[in-house]
Design a binder for this molecule. Sequence first.
Ligand code: TXA
Ligand code: MG
Length: 352
Amino acid sequence: METRVVKAYGDEEKDRELMLEAGRIIREGGLVAMPTETVYGLAGDALNKESSKKIYAAKGRPSDNPLIVHIADMEALSKIVSEIPEKARALAEKYWPGPLTMVLKKSDIVPYETTGGLETVAVRMPLNEIAREFIRASGGYIAAPSANKSGRPSCTTAEHVLKDLNGEIELIIDGGAVGIGLESTIVDMTGEIPCLLRPGYINPKMLEEVLGRIEIDPSIGGVMDAKAHPKAPGMKYKHYAPKGELYIVEGSSENVIRKINMLVREHEEKNEKVAVIASDETKDLYKCGIIKDVGSRMDEETIAHNLFAVLREMDELEVSTIYTEAFDTPRMGMAIMNRLIRAAGHKIVKCE
Ligand code: TXA
Ligand code: MG
């Protein structure tokens, strides 16, 4: 199968045509990659079990790892869930459309192939206009995991998608680089107290403003416990890992820089290619290795936005080892560190 990449921004009429075509592919059971404000998604018809099976096959994803159903309006929600708790309604009111996914009890029309056999369904209404147009053109219910091959960093550009899925899907809608760059926040709304399953741009404080007290799945908390059993099935899999060995180096800025310089020198003495993931503030203080700057610590949204692209670049550079600073920033630190810790397979060097 040939994968076409078509730009979807600019010309209104052409975009409309493109959405109709993309919608037709979905209605006929095919797959399309779509831009969203978080990361690119690999879209199929959420209500067609054959489409969901195709998604798992294209991604190389285990079929017990459920898909998120993307909708374009609130009417669609009531068709795919069996109840909408008051708190879920309040959260939707505040953060939809946007980078928030809610886990709710599913209705009968959602096939188990989409929910990985669960009685619940994860639902999100993306903010990205192209995504919502495309969802409408497709019949209203799009199952879309992140459009990367299973285990790889999520895709933040159409080029990343092409690299992972060339020949596996019919069409990639190129909406340019995404805005946020990390996947949506996931909250389980089926229990008495809402539970955060995956941190994202919508952080615990923003959730608490609407929900009051929330629980945080122990597998993603501030200090992530490698042994905790995550409630979102996908969070248990190895993820985001670059081919080189990634280590997070934690401690005071001064100690981290000294430690990384020392470690990199040791590798270079053995003729090994090493990279460092640094920030604007620290990049000039590293003396050896390939230095990749993810942005300023004063601008954590930029760090989040660049993270996956930098992890992907590591594979192109063919480095054998990567050291990264930790980014425990105030708003998105939990989300950034959750991805980094999993990419590093929990390898953390403490230097205090
Ligand atoms: O930002 C996003 O959410 C992106 C874009 C494309 O919308 N999508 C995304 O999907 O990140 P994916 O499949 O890569 O991650 C979905 C996560 C997985 O960890 C999965 O286990 C969890 O959501 N999940 C899905 N349905 C669930 C359910 N019913 N209960 C608990 N976790 C669920
Ligand atoms: Mg994913």
